[in-house]
Write a protein that binds this ligand. Structure first.
Ligand code: PLP
Length: 438
């Protein structure tokens, strides 16, 4: 087995729509490293798109999975209930942002959690309208795809989209239309524009929910300003709509708090979680205020695999590891160390427009030097060069011009420095430093 032989088999067997950023074939992964079929080792700063926060092949997660799989793999919660589903719901309810009592419903993927959050919001409010934002990504199933902002490759060709979905502007401070520097001012103005849009074109009585990522992930790792989220909370309450906080990418410790929204001290009505929740075993959750969740009648929601016991065991072990190994704090220190170094790099390279993010969810936005024109070519070249050096990176962003850093939260300072060093080397190989720009 080699990368070349697997590439040939893939071409003959796999639907080309299932795309991969990197043209190699992993055969093993441990901690912060991945090995491919040719025996090459890579330092992984993508962790399966924000999934392996506790690192690859964590022994505690492996042991929990093995033990559960040896007892039973599946009975279906709709047939007979298993304890680990209940234990995970208890745990998530206790961890969820805010003081209101909570209830949890488990399904299989981020998109499925989003689909169910929308169903819950509509059934609870008796309204249809869902307001999503520019730069949003909520998944690829029908409703989730319709809520996602980017047309290509996510929506174009898949018409019709779901109805009663409205698009409002997300507060993207680096690209705001007012030329403002202060993200909080951008947040306040964006909120005012949202209020006006809802009032004049959607109708305040028609909105079931606002769905928003606290840090827009696929949109470019853009944290929402406090003024915007706090204003959204107040406005949703004012008009009787719900706030769905999509924490699929930013949650489970990635930003230095369990939920990205914890940093704002706000309580959403519904939270969606997936990805890092269960370290790679398919699982997602809708965690909601009990007053809302209890209004949805027995049997109205369900899924054959949802809350699979092996996935629940993986999730419980993952949450233990985050707590026992102090990974929330570690995410913050990773962020501080990385921001310091990346800030220095930005001062040297005018094509680095912005370094931003929260904790260990860090985005580097590349532009044509001296402008804010997106520079996706630089990102592609840096990602390819870094791969050759043994570093796995991922691009992101509406314009494809952002590199996202998603190191495992467990990695050592030496591993973090190694990754940042490789990244710097690739930036230097691809970009002109400040002194040589005319
Ligand atoms: C914020 C957000 N919501 C939802 C999803 C969809 O998750 P999944 O790919 O598990 O369906 C993603 C995936 O990247 C995401 O980042």
């Amino acid at each position: 087995m080699s990368n070349a032989s697997l590439a040939q088999r893939r071409r003959d067997a796999v639907a080309p729509a299932a795309y991969s950023t990197h043209p190699f074939y992993p055969v093993r992964a441990e901690g912060a490293y991945v090995w491919d079929a040719d025996g090459r080792r890579y330092l992984d700063f993508s962790v399966g798109i924000a999934v392996m926060n506790v690192g690859h092949s964590h022994p505690k997660v492996i042991a929990a999975v093995q033990e559960q799989a040896a007892s039973f793999q599946h009975l279906c919660f709709a047939v007979a209930m298993h304890e680990s589903y209940i234990a995970l719901a208890e745990r998530l309810n206790a961890l969820a942002p805010g003081d209101s009592p909570k209830r949890t419903f488990l399904v299989n993927s981020g998109a499925e959690a989003v689909e169910n959050a929308v169903k819950i919001a509509r059934a609870y409010t008796g309204r249809a309208g869902i307001v999503a934002f520019t730069h949003a990504f909520h998944g690829r199933t029908h409703m989730a795809m319709s809520l996602t902002a980017k047309a290509v490759p996510y929506k174009a060709g898949f018409a019709p989209r779901a109805s009663e979905v409205y698009r409002a502007a997300y507060p993207y401070a680096f690209r705001n239309p007012w030329g403002l520097d202060d993200p909080e001012e951008v947040g306040a103005r964006t909120l005012n524009a949202l209020r006006d849009q809802v009032k004049t074109t959607i109708g305040e009585s028609e909105v079931a929910a606002f769905i928003v990522e606290p840090v827009a992930g696929e949109g470019g790792f853009i944290p929402a300003p406090r003024s915007f989220l706090a204003g959204l909370r107040a406005y949703a309450d004012e008009i009787g709509a719900l706030w769905i906080d999509d924490e699929v990418q930013a949650g489970i410790g990635r930003t230095g708090t369990m939920w990205a929204v914890d940093a704002y001290g706000l309580e959403p009505d519904l939270v969606t979680s997936a990805k890092a929740l269960s370290s790679g075993f398919p699982l997602s959750a809708v965690i909601g205020k009990a007053s809302i969740m209890d209004a949805i009648g027995p049997g109205m929601l369900g899924s054959t695999f949802g809350g699979n016991p092996v996935s629940c065991a993986a999730a419980l072990a993952t949450l233990d590891v985050i707590e026992e190994e102090g990974l929330l704090e570690r995410a913050r220190t990773i962020g501080e160390r990385a921001f310091e170094r990346l800030g220095a790099l930005q001062r040297e390279f005018p094509a680095i427009g912005e370094v931003r993010g929260r904790g260990a969810m860090i985005g580097i936005e590349f532009v044509e030097a001296g402008t804010r024109e997106p520079n996706a070519a630089a990102v592609s070249a840096i990602v390819a060069h870094a791969r050759e050096q043994g570093l796995m990176l991922l691009p992101t962003g509406t314009y494809g011009n952002v590199i996202r850093l998603l190191p495992p939260l467990k990695l050592s300072d030496a591993e973090l420095d190694e990754g940042l060093e490789l990244l710097e080397r690739s930036v230097r190989a691809v970009l002109e430093p400040v002194a040589t720009v005319a």
